[in-house]
Every structure is written in structure tokens, then in C-alpha cells.
Design a protein around this ligand. Structure first.
Ligand code: VGL
Ligand code: ZN
Length: 178
């Protein structure tokens, strides 16, 4: 999910240690037959933008504007050639990868039953995608050390992981996958 420059340190909406998960994800990517990468892909006049601090009311500083460097995937991410790119939040701010119907269309086409989710941010896009995946009947695994959260207010990331667990998601670590 959303391993984009704006969500990494130096970006417009940085997630602490966001870039630390890049090598972790690079290590597990070859284990999967199918890879989807979502990207937060906002128009310039996107409704969710506001000057900080505005996180409480659902607004964010301007970030991940379509076709800008901030919206590009982190440069060290080793994107497999057949990766499917899914744009999200192109109109309203929405946090689930499932908000773009292309995502489930690919999963169905592949006959996927399990989905392993990682990326940014644990307490927003990762969480909402995991919960939607469970609602759609997939077995959902959160690769915990391959995610980072915004965690504002502190504790939000832990709460998100707990919500995913309660909903039937399973939490694993990259080292468990082989
Ligand atoms: C996200 C905040 C705003 C995310 C996207 O990808 O988790 N968070 N837009
Ligand atoms: Zn966004």
C-alpha cells in the first residue's frame, strides 16, 4: 500500500520510519505469484487538503498529487515487472484499496484466496484495505514489520492492528514467509 515518497521522511505527509519497510518488502516480493501496488493518487484540488495541523478533522496537508515526484513510489522499491498498479482516492479521500474496483477484479481473476498486506499507513490505508478484504471473504494477513503507521494520536497504529485482528485478520512477520 502507498509506498510513495510523500509518505516517507522528507515527503509532504511523512510516516515515521516509512522508508524502513522498503528493504523488508523487497525481500518478500519474490515470494508472491501476484503483486498489486496501490498508490494514493489525488488531483491537485483534492478535497482532503488543508494546512496542518488538520489531522483531527479528516484533512491532510497536500500530498500524493498525481504525476508529481511525491506521488512516485519510493525509488528503492524493487517493483516486479508484472505488478498491477491501483490508483486510489482520485476523487474523495478514501483509504481502502478496494475503493478502486480494479483491485478486486484482479484478485478474482487470479483466483486469490489469501492476501498479504503491507505498506503505509498501518492506521489508514492498510487497515481499511484489510477490513474490506475480510468483508469480501479473503484470508487476510498483515505483514506487521512491513508496515508503518502515522500513529497520531499515539496508539492509533496498535488500535488499528487490534481492529484487524478482531475482524479475523491474521498478523504475521516477514520472516514467517518463505
Ligand atoms: C493515507 C492519509 C492520507 C494512507 C492516504 O495511504 O494511509 N493516509 N492519504
Ligand atoms: Zn491521501
Amino acid at each position: 500500500m502507498d509506498l510513495q515518497n510523500d509518505f516517507c521522511p522528507g515527503g509532504a505527509l511523512p510516516v515515521e520510519e516509512g522508508h524502513h519497510i522498503v528493504p523488508v518488502i523487497n525481500q518478500i516480493l519474490p515470494l508472491f505469484g501476484h503483486v498489486l501496488m496501490t498508490r494514493d493518487w489525488h488531483p491537485l484540488d483534492h478535497c482532503s487538503f488543508a494546512d496542518p495541523p488538520g489531522f483531527v478533522d479528516g484533512s491532510w496537508p497536500q500530498h500524493c498529487v498525481q504525476n508529481t515526484p511525491g506521488a512516485e513510489f519510493h525509488g528503492d522499491l524493487q517493483i516486479p515487472v508484472d505488478t498491477v498498479i491501483i490508483n486510489t482516492a482520485t476523487e474523495q479521500e478514501g483509504y481502502s484499496g478496494f475503493s478502486n474496483p480494479e483491485l478486486i477484479a484482479h484478485l478474482r481473476q487470479w483466483g486469490a484466496q489469501r492476501i498479504f498486506i503491507c505498506g503505509l499507513a498501518t492506521d489508514y490505508c492498510v487497515k481499511h484495505t484489510a477490513l474490506d478484504g475480510l468483508r469480501e471473504g479473503f484470508h487476510v494477513f498483515l505483514v506487521e514489520d512491513a508496515c508503518r503507521g502515522i500513529d497520531f494520536p499515539p496508539g492509533l497504529t496498535a488500535q488499528a492492528i487490534e481492529e484487524m485482528r478482531q475482524a479475523g485478520g491474521r498478523v504475521c512477520r516477514s520472516g514467517d514467509l518463505h
